[in-house]
Design a protein around this ligand. Structure first.
Ligand SMILES: Cc1ncc(COP(=O)(O)O)c(C=O)c1O
Length: 450
């Protein structure tokens, strides 16, 4: 049996894939990606495409970033692992925390807590929020508010604040005390409001109403993505996140910015919070912190929260959270190299320009193809197409239709992502104009054939 046959025969046979039905994977096995270069990936049959998914919103520097690869190799030789639990540290994680303090200064965040990925970072935010209130004598602040359509990973805390039933229902009951308000999603919302500014205002009023209903003194934090990602790429009106910030400040509720996708340049700004001129109290990051080459994440903490913990005279400020891989030296080395490259290349600039090109191109496609019900983006390199079989009634396109679009686009040279009736795109931030054109041409062919 040659390697090709072995891989084809065993594909999805002995493993379950995340976010996939095991039975379906057996019938329709996933694509096997075997190599990559620049912003392109190649599958087992030698077919190469532009990766419009950017791995999973994370390979911001593309697949050929030698600086990060070298840093990982060197670190594996120097110190492949050591714990950062109480009493130990490593050189790379100290260097990284110093760099992150500078990087996030404009967001008002100065302390780092390292994790193994995005779900961990979210979980740490939720836990620190409750602990912060307890330390300040407000132990009753335990609830969390969030947005419908939001995605905050799949740990139980994160799933409890998620706003998509697919990630909740099979695992219920989740954490008590988590409540979702409508998202500023102009295409579909309970207010039937398509004007982004008016909708933002209505959602803020719903938040205000929910806070009053729950009782502000019971709420620990509000968590949101500055631009909703996995929920379908939903950029809110520019008034929305500042409005949330104001309400949180007014009621003593912490604002957690989940920047697992939007951190490190994807929106065309260095962070999503900065994109909307907001300073959160806590921020979850991961993904692009190592451009996807090593599983790593970081929760960033504001000065005000840091003060409460660092000035705590009791033992209650002890952080009873942590992961074996918190501050992993190889991850930290990757992140140091990645951050240097990210800054050197000034990636938000290209993200903004190429993001606009992609958004304009998708908008032009929507004038040509009726299957496209809504085009979302215009803020860096995150774009979404919501597909409908009937524009008038906004009937969601069938699974077969959406998968057919993806499959033809792949054949024509672009890997795009399917999420429900949405086609999502989040290519590496170093993508060129020609490569954006390849994505657009592949999608054009796909819509023409479907
Ligand atoms: C906004 C957001 N938060 C959290 C997560 C979870 O991150 P991870 O998959 O690394 O656990 C994701 C993953 O896509 C995300 O998009």
């Amino acid at each position: 049996m040659n390697n090709h046959n072995f891989l084809m025969e065993n594909n999805a046979r002995h493993m379950w894939h995340p976010m996939a039905h095991p039975a379906e994977s057996l019938i329709s096995p996933p694509r096997i990606i075997t190599s990559s270069h620049g912003v392109r990936i190649t599958d087992i049959d030698g077919h190469t495409t532009v990766d419009a998914v950017g791995g999973l919103w994370n390979v911001n520097l593309g697949y050929s970033c030698d600086a990060v690869k070298q840093a990982i190799t060197d670190q594996l030789n120097d110190l492949p692992y050591y714990s950062t639990f109480r009493g130990a540290s490593n050189d790379k994680v100290i260097e990284l925390s110093f760099m992150l303090k500078d990087f996030f200064a404009d967001d008002g965040l100065s302390r780092a807590f390292f994790t193994s990925g995005g779900s961990d970072s979210v979980e740490i935010c939720l836990r620190l929020a409750r602990q912060y209130h307890k330390l300040r004598g407000e132990a009753g602040r335990v609830k969390f508010l969030s947005l419908k359509k939001g995605y905050h990973g799949t740990h139980t805390g994160g799933a409890s604040v998620n706003g998509n039933a697919n990630f909740r229902t099979p695992y219920e009951p989740l954490l008590p005390g988590c409540f979702q308000i409508p998202a500023p999603y102009t295409y579909r919302n309970p207010f039937n409001e398509s004007d982004p500014e008016r909708l933002a205002d209505l959602c803020l009023r719903a938040l205000d109403d929910e806070i009053a209903f729950q009782g502000p003194q019971t709420i620990a934090a509000f968590i949101m993505e500055p631009i909703l990602g996995a929920g379908g790429v939903i950029p809110p009106h520019k008034s929305f996140m500042p409005g949330v910030r104001d309400l949180c400040s007014q009621y003593g509720i912490l604002l957690i910015a989940d920047e697992v996708i939007t951190g490190f340049g994807r929106t065309g700004s260095w962070t999503g919070s900065r994109h909307w001129h907001v300073q959160p109290d806590l921020m979850s990051t991961a993904k692009a912190i190592t451009t996807g080459y090593f599983p790593f994440g970081c929760t960033m903490i504001s000065d005000a929260i840091a003060d409460v913990f660092e000035q705590d005279p009791s033992s209650d400020g002890m952080i009873g959270s942590g992961y074996t891989y918190s501050g992993h030296p190889v991850g930290a080395a990757a992140a140091v190299a990645c951050l240097k490259e990210t800054l050197r290349l000034n990636v938000p600039e290209n993200a903004a320009t190429r993001g606009q090109q992609l958004f304009d191109g998708l908008t032009a496609l929507s004038h040509k193809h009726d299957l496209i019900g809504d085009v979302r983006g215009g803020h860096g390199l995150m774009c979404g197409l919501e597909l409908v079989s009937d524009r008038e009634n906004k009937t969601p396109a069938s699974k077969e239709q959406v998968e057919r679009i993806q499959s033809i686009a792949y054949r024509e040279g672009a890997m795009v992502r399917v999420s429900g009736a949405n086609i999502l795109m989040s290519p590496p931030l170093i993508i060129s104009s020609t490569e954006i054109d390849i994505i657009l041409a592949a999608l054009d062919s796909a819509f023409t054939e479907t």
